[in-house]
Design a protein around this ligand. Structure first.
Ligand SMILES: [Zn+2]
Length: 200
């Protein structure tokens, strides 16, 4: 299973932090009743396109000796199954839906530029989630006055910060920010809600 890695910092800092297996080692298994710290179990790699860079990141994996299942620590700036980082997606949605750029110009000026079809996919999912997102975000911030749910959701996300909302959604309503079905979204974990767990 995947759990969210409560990490605040740059991708570079993340890469350094996960080299130490003890730094974010889960102290119990989220999948069985075992209350023992998990064993470091290597990494897997995945591609990630971010504002500043594109490339490959490592994702830390742990093994539960009791149930023999693995847990991977997905950093919060990454959305499962999407190549682009949350920051890239946020900038694109703001440019298109808030500033009124066209799909083509938002895609062309996105950092890095990308095929407009990718943005179209995000927009479709965001629109479908907007109303539920507003309801969920009301726990974090005041509902913003806006002409529709899409604009209200964007304003609220700008106010809470996208990563804070990402964490909240995983732990709370367990529905993915961009509308993936529940079955595909990683499970949240309570610890991810605690800001004390995040390194400075
Ligand atoms: Zn276990």
């Amino acid at each position: 299973m995947q759990i969210l890695h409560p990490f605040a910092g740059s991708i570079q800092q993340y890469s350094e932090a996960i080299s130490d297996p003890d730094l974010h080692r889960p102290d119990h298994c989220p999948q069985c009743a075992a209350q023992r710290p998990l064993t470091a179990h290597g990494f897997y790699t995945r591609t990630l396109t971010d504002v500043a860079s594109g490339g490959v990141i490592r994702v830390r994996r742990y093994l539960c000796q009791a149930c023999q299942r693995t847990v991977s620590l997905l950093p919060e700036f990454v959305l499962p199954y999407l190549r682009s980082s949350l920051a890239v997606i946020a900038l694109f949605l703001i440019a298109l839906l808030f500033r009124g750029q066209t799909l083509q110009s938002a895609a062309a000026s996105a950092p890095p530029p990308m095929p407009y079809q990718r943005g179209q996919f995000w927009v479709r999912r965001f629109r479908a989630q907007a109303e539920a997102l507003c309801a969920a975000l009301a726990a974090l911030t005041q509902p913003a006055p806006a002409r529709d749910f899409v604009h209200r959701a964007l304003a609220m996300l700008e106010s809470t910060g996208w990563i804070a909302a990402h964490r909240f959604l995983f732990a709370g309503v367990r529905c993915h920010l961009l509308g993936w079905p529940r079955g595909l979204a990683p499970d949240g974990r309570r610890a991810a809600l605690s800001t004390a767990a995040a390194p400075a």
